[in-house]
Design a protein. Structure first.
Length: 166
C-alpha cells in the first residue's frame, strides 16, 4: 500500500513539474526560473529516490542499467555545459558541440536515464513512472520547439540539419 501512495505522489510531482516547466521559461525571470528548476528537480529526485529504494530488487540487468544511467548523466552534464550561457534565457540557438548533431541532447540524456532506470530497477511502478517521464520529455521538446520557431526564424534550418533526440 505504501508503494502505491509513493508512486502516486511521484507521478503527481513529475506531471506538475513537467507541465509548468515550459511555461516557466516564458513567464519567469532568470532568477525565479532558476529557483523553480532547483526546487522542481530536487522534488523530482527525492520522490524518484524513494520510489527506487522501495522497489529495488537485484537482477543482472542492473549492470547495463547503471551503465546507461552513468552515460546519461555525462550526456546531460556535457549538454548543460555547452548550453549554460543560453539555458534559462533563450538568447540564441546553440549549434556547437553536441547541439551540432542533436537539437535536444539534454532531453536525450534524460530519456536514456529512464531507460537505464527501467533496466536497473525492474518494477511495474518504476516502468510506468519512467514511461510517463519519457513521454513528458518528448512533449516538452515539441513545446520548446514551438517557442523556438517563433523566437528564432533560423531554427527551421537548424531543425532540418539535426536530429531531435538521436
Amino acid at each position: 500500500m505504501n508503494n502505491i501512495i509513493l508512486f502516486i505522489i511521484s507521478i503527481i510531482v513529475l506531471i506538475v513539474f513537467s507541465l509548468i516547466d515550459p511555461l516557466s521559461h516564458r513567464k519567469f525571470r532568470k532568477i525565479p526560473n532558476l529557483i523553480f528548476h532547483v526546487i522542481g528537480i530536487s522534488l523530482l529526485l527525492i520522490s524518484l529516490a524513494f520510489l527506487i529504494v522501495s522497489e529495488f530488487k537485484f537482477t543482472f540487468l542492473i549492470y547495463p542499467g547503471i551503465f546507461l544511467i552513468v552515460a546519461s548523466l555525462f550526456l546531460i552534464l556535457i549538454s548543460y555545459i555547452q548550453i549554460k550561457k543560453h539555458f534559462l534565457t533563450a538568447k540564441g540557438i546553440v549549434k556547437t558541440g553536441l547541439y551540432k548533431y542533436i537539437r535536444h541532447p539534454m532531453y536525450s540524456g534524460i530519456v536514456l536515464f529512464f531507460i537505464g532506470l527501467i533496466l536497473a530497477v525492474p518494477s511495474f511502478y518504476v516502468f510506468v513512472y519512467s514511461l510517463v517521464a519519457i513521454l513528458l520529455m518528448i512533449w516538452q521538446a515539441y513545446e520548446e520547439e514551438k517557442f523556438l520557431f517563433k523566437k528564432f526564424p533560423e531554427y527551421k534550418k537548424y531543425k532540418k540539419e539535426t536530429g531531435m533526440f538521436f
